[in-house]
Design a protein around this ligand. Structure first.
Ligand code: WT7
Length: 655
């Protein structure tokens, strides 16, 4: 492995600040016995089987793990229902009147659903799905803003065993259509719109465009979030129905939860890979729920009396696992916020923390870097003394941001857990346990109990401490994805072939320091991480070449102070096309429309040619060197090294 994608890891390993768990925190922590690591290492299956007592099973499993590499089944023969575990079982206890979801809309409206309220809504929504013809096994696509109907419908899907596929509301009609078509969803749940920075995201219009090319969809349910007076939408007779009308047609308040096999598909969530086509990551029932429940309890030290706030969007895996399924499985109170962090002002999160008395707060490094830039006066305006634990996820966090977060948000008293995981892993895999782990700013520290991460070289041999390599996981874990929807070969080839079928290849590079702590360096493949969002370079390139003015394009990620990585595109226009600023703007807009605003390139560089090897491979590494102002690496394999000079000059001119 030759590159260091973040360009910083060598410096990071010299970080000397250490934060052992505060004594009082450790004393009350959900997990504070260090023997747990050894216990899980010696007998991982026994460890997970014991942990599985966290869930209510209709039928006990016969076998904990059935491992036929790379294929795995967990809790074979076991039966359970996710919505039963997240809702029904809690209403049989004192938690019945406890807040399950504390929802806050961007304009300031709010809705608090107790477990009892949620029970009623989920049951009725499940009956609504049945009325619409949805049966166990049918896929339901969901394209909603962050409103209560989103977790309600996800739980309703899980109740009847209809796998959901949530598509982030920031995706374009095209991206939505691709995802719907890939999983052949029968029903789409959307809204008339959603609020973002005071504006309205036109979800129904987007959905209408997508629906022109999605033959599988029979019915569309539309939540009235914004209102007909403010934002009228088209309803197609016979296909579209308002959520409130469909719910009003439901008779009864109880839909029996399906008793589902442990391996029954729970959801499909699309994520970017190295080819243009997004991957449909499939998660199943028993193992997934156990993995997210246990990590929520141990990593976030979440207790019954806590108020927990994760700022992610449920359209991403963080929201699935750590706004909805993990917290609700353990009967927690989860705060859900619809809008932007800087609306109406840059203290919105701190305002929420103060008003709701949030104890545990989970966000992304890109957000923390924005808070830093906005200045400490915004959190300082609020009483944040309720906070007792902070978390981060999504990208490597630079030690400065980590320390700032600890000081200015955590008041110097809260442990900060840097949690490494992925859409594919379903649950947090590398993380501190806040009552046990001495923290080093910038490091995700170590494998969760029962998880066996390692760093290997090109041959698959473990590397010595201090040396970089491929981050792999050497044993299955319950919440791991089971396949890529409709593409088992890609599952095997992308994740389980480089080092054989027993070794999961994460796609990230990492190092271990002398203490054995893991430092994640970022992606080693052609996947970018822009503000914690995963984007494939190929997806971006195909979006660019779908524009008539473009002959060829190469996309790279460039280090960016706030976003982690920014998108830089090198574009060769078609013959006769003038490379103007106007065209650059048009291309950026074109990508935003094709994939979604998160994919809008930060910069476009026009060039007459792209640097290629004799076998016609684009040398992205060299483009990265140019974009980040480094001395060029080895150029001897290029067909025409002068191409680089030209690009370099252009780059310098446009700086
Ligand atoms: C990629 C997965 C898992 C929820 C959000 C992203 C990067 C994630 C960390 C971390 C360094 C991290 C990795 C990973 N990543 N968490 N704590 N430190 N990098 O899920 O979209 O599937 O992206 O995010 O590069 O491969 P995702």
């Amino acid at each position: 492995m030759s590159t260091d994608p973040m360009g910083t890891i060598t410096g990071l390993l010299t970080e000397t600040r250490r934060y052992p768990p505060p004594e009082d925190f450790a004393a009350q922590a959900n997990i504070n016995d260090p023997a747990v690591y050894e216990r899980a290492r010696k007998d991982p299956e026994g460890f997970w089987a014991e942990a599985a007592e966290l869930l209510d099973w209709d039928q006990r499993w016969e076998k904990v793990l059935d491992w036929n590499p790379p294929w795995v089944k967990w809790f074979v023969g076991g039966k359970l229902n996710v919505s039963y575990n997240c809702v029904d079982r809690h209403i049989k206890t004192w938690r019945r009147n406890k807040a399950a979801l504390v929802w806050e809309g961007e304009p300031g409206d709010e809705r608090i659903l107790t477990y009892q309220d949620l029970y009623r809504e989920v049951n009725r929504a499940a009956l609504m799905l049945k009325n619409l013809g949805v049966q166990t096994g049918d896929r339901v696509a969901i394209y909603l803003p962050m409103i209560p109907e989103l977790p309600i419908i996800m739980l309703a899907c899980s109740r009847i065993g209809a796998p959901h596929s949530v598509v982030f509301g920031g995706f374009s009609p095209n991206a939505l259509a691709d995802r719907i078509n890939d999983c052949e969803a029968k029903v789409l749940i959307t809204a008339d719109g959603g609020y973002r920075r005071g504006g309205i995201v036109p979800l129904k219009e987007n959905a209408d465009k997508a629906l022109e090319q999605t033959p599988s969809v029979e019915r569309v349910v539309v939540v009235e979030r914004v209102g007909r007076d403010k934002h009228p939408v088209q309803m197609r007779e016979g296909r579209d129905i308002w959520w409130h009308d469909a719910m009003a047609q439901v008779s009864g308040n109880y839909c029996p939860p399906e008793s589902l096999d442990s391996e029954h598909p729970l959801f499909i969530l699309y994520t970017s890979g190295t080819t243009g086509k997004p991957k449909g990551v499939l998660h199943t029932t028993g193992g997934y729920l156990l993995g997210v429940a246990l990590t929520t309890k141990w990593v976030f030290d979440l207790k019954d009396e806590d108020v927990y706030f994760c700022t992610a969007d449920i359209g991403w895996v963080t929201g699935h696992s750590y706004i909805l399924y993990g917290p609700l499985a353990i009967g927690a109170t989860s705060v859900m916020y619809e809008g932007a962090p800087d609306w109406p002002d840059k203290d919105r999160f701190w305002d929420i923390v103060e008003r709701r008395g949030v104890n545990i707060f989970y966000t992304a490094p890109t957000a923390i870097r924005s808070f830093m830039r906005w200045g400490p006066e915004y959190p300082a305006k609020h009483d944040l003394s309720s906070l007792r634990l902070l978390g981060t996820v999504g990208e490597p966090i630079n030690p400065e941001a980590w320390v700032w977060y600890r000081e200015h948000i955590g008041g110097g008293r809260c442990p900060v857990v840097d949690t490494w995981w992925q859409t594919e892993t379903g649950m947090i895999l590398i993380t501190p346990l806040p009552g046990l782990t001495t923290l080093t700013p910038g490091s995700a520290t170590r494998g969760f109990p029962g998880i066996e991460p390692d760093i290997v070289d090109e041959q698959g041999n473990s590397v010595p401490r201090g040396q970089g390599g491929y981050l792999v996981i050497k044993r299955p874990w319950p919440a791991m994805f089971r396949t890529l929807w409709g593409d088992p070969d890609r599952y095997v080839n992308s994740y389980f072939s480089k080092f054989g079928p027993t070794v999961y290849v994460s796609g990230d590079g990492a190092k271990q320091d002398e203490d054995g702590d893991f430092w994640i360096m970022g992606r080693l493949d052609d996947v970018l991480n822009v503000s914690g969002h995963r984007l494939g370079t190929m997806e971006l390139e195909s979006a660019l070449v779908s524009h008539p003015a473009v002959a060829e394009a190469a996309v790279i990620g460039v280090s960016h102070e706030i976003k982690g990585q920014a998108i830089a595109a090198f574009v060769t226009p078609r013959a006769g096309v003038e490379p103007t600023d106007e065209l650059a703007r048009e291309l950026r807009q074109h990508v935003a429309e094709t994939i979604g605003p998160i994919a809008r390139p930060d910069r476009i560089y026009f060039t007459a040619e792209l640097p290629k090897t004799r076998s016609a491979k684009i040398m992205r590494r060299l483009l990265r060197d140019i974009a980040e102002g480094r001395v060029l690496g080895d150029t001897t394999t290029l067909t025409d090294p002068s191409v680089l000079e030209e690009i370099k000059q252009r780059y310098a001119a446009s700086e």
